[in-house]
Design a protein around this ligand. Sequence first.
Ligand code: PHE
Length: 339
Amino acid sequence: MLSQLDSLKTEALAALDTLSDEAALEAFRIDYLGKKGKLTALSAGMRDVPPDLKKEVGAKLNEVREAISGGLSTRQEALQAAKDAASVVGIDLSLPGRPGAGVGTLHPLTQIRDLAVRTLRRMGFTLADGPEIETEWHCFDALNTPADHPARNESDTFYLPDGRLLRTHTSSVQIRTMETVKALPVRVIAPGAAYRRDEIDATHLSVFNQIEALYVDKDVSLADLKGTLEFFFREVFGPKTVVRFRPHFFPFTEPSFEIDVKLEAKGKEARWIEIAGCGMVDPAVFAEVSKKRGDNLFDPEQVTGFAFGMGLDRLAMILHGISDIRHLIENDVRFLQQF
Ligand code: PHE
């Protein structure tokens, strides 16, 4: 048996050198190492080897198996290397590249998010974060939104079987932040995804992007809110931008406003465009947060705050005159190349 194994090894290694493609190598593998292969057949002979020789024959068997499978991988690698080398024949890898060819830019949404974040950071806001899968409490209850509010409807919100939901706005990060901070002031921004069960059309997607801001301290006023937003929109749309605050309602702010900016599309008359929601944090929100925290850092008698939120997709669309929100997710280079 020992000599049989030796000659099988010699035969196999010689055969390997003549093989020149993957199919032949695979046939070789089956022929020698496969379940019905030559080596397997020989190793069945172990049964008849006398006990005092078993150790020696076993070692030989392993040696031959390793030699054949090692030879096979070496051959596979050599063939692959030859293939790689053939594929670059005639290509001079030392030539300099063509400047500018294929260099991309940031997605318009990324650009607007970065601009928004950069602008607000200059005013002392820091980044905050929260989960996209939220509890009803963080998304609605703590934000003073009653159980029968239409936004909480199954038809408007994606609920998970366990009762959690995909957050419908980034305002839940207001709560997440106030739940955990250790001291005032709180001055945070939170860009992120929000989800609504909207019919998808030119202005709606079921996943979109918002940026939220929250500022809480002992003496935050509506003037601070106005100043912050006017500065913000002038940075985004230009120094002459006019901003208007229109009374509105949100459950978690009082008073609440919608913000319009006056913009002129090229060649058209200027018009007011609704762009964000904002307001002074409703004391009921501070009360709910205080109940959860069990301390008085957010005592509604002591602190005031403002919050605002806006759609980043919408901001990008207005800024660039994009007529259909779906362009932002289709990744068509003819669209993306323009930014
Ligand atoms: N969360 C509100 C929305 O999605 C926007 C908002 C944020 C309003 C903060 C007031 C304060 O429409």
